[in-house]
Design a protein around this ligand. Structure first.
Ligand code: MG
Length: 267
């Protein structure tokens, strides 16, 4: 099933299930609690991030080829960081280059995102997918100067600016994608392909990430896990190429869709 969250004709946020014929049926309830797909057709309005996360975990250096490109030894266990939830942005909403606390090095990272739907502790590989509500696309936007030089060795500062976590456009449930292995991922800036990869290249796959994270932390409903990015981010180019106002970033993942966001200078 493909689920969207959108502004309903009444102007309120609501979920709907997209049908194969392009129509949408309203969902009653809250997809992180009790919910059901109704027979009611609903006109779809502006798309919102498919959930309002309670927590966003990010995973670093999780693509084999990316680590090899950077000449970095493969990590022995998932490298976990956090993005704060103020950073969430809707599909089509702008990525704002910060100007008050300025950054000269705002960069994209196209990623598969896992959305947890049921509280989860000590998951096993066998039951891990039963906690997954669905998969969506994320752009783990990062201010590289604040991430690497000015953030005191913590990623949180450089990855948590407002608008730095676009999510969407849809949530695809595991009955369609299973563990989301071997999906092609591509990031384009102004139409030019910058990142190409496959989730088959993940060092720690969807099941393993849920097992690892839930071994120490209860994953609450609404937890979003960004699974890492393949090679080709702007800071790995020689010379680096960072985002600027007027750019448009699109992340496409096979069988999920395309998440597109324009870049602006903070108002
Ligand atoms: Mg990332």
């Amino acid at each position: 099933m493909k689920i969207i969250r959108h502004l309903t004709p009444e102007g309120r946020p609501g979920w709907a299930a997209l049908q194969p014929d392009g129509t949408a049926r309203a969902i009653d309830g809250d997809v992180l609690r009790e919910w059901r797909v109704t027979e009611r057709l609903v006109a779809t309005g502006e798309l919102l991030a498919p959930v309002e996360p309670v927590t966003v975990f990010g995973i670093g250096l999780n693509y084999r080829k990316h680590a090899e490109q950077l000449g970095i030894a493969l990590v022995e266990r998932p490298l976990v960081f956090m993005k704060s939830i103020n950073a969430v942005q809707r599909p089509g909403g702008p990525i704002a280059i910060p100007r008050t606390l300025a950054s000269e090095a705002v960069d994209y990272e196209g990623e598969l995102a896992i959305v947890i739907g049921r509280a989860c502790k000590n998951a096993t590989r066998e039951n891990a997918l039963s906690f997954v509500l669905g998969y969506t696309i994320a752009n783990d936007v990062s201010a590289r100067d604040w991430q690497f030089k000015l953030g005191g060795g913590q990623f949180c500062q450089g990855k948590s600016f407002d608008t730095f976590c676009p999510l969407g456009p849809v949530l695809v449930t595991p009955d369609e994608l299973d563990d989301a292995a071997a999906l092609r991922l591509e990031t384009r800036v102004n139409g030019e392909v910058r990142q190409e990869g496959s989730t088959a290249d993940l060092i720690f796959d969807v099941r393993e990430l849920i097992v690892f994270l839930s071994a120490s932390k209860t994953l609450l409903p609404g937890t979003v896990i960004l699974t890492g990015t393949p090679g080709g981010a702007g800071h790995t180019m020689k010379p680096p190429i960072y985002l600027k106002a007027g750019d448009v970033v699109s992340v496409t993942i096979e069988k999920i869709g395309t998440l597109t966001n324009p870049v602006i200078l903070e108002a």
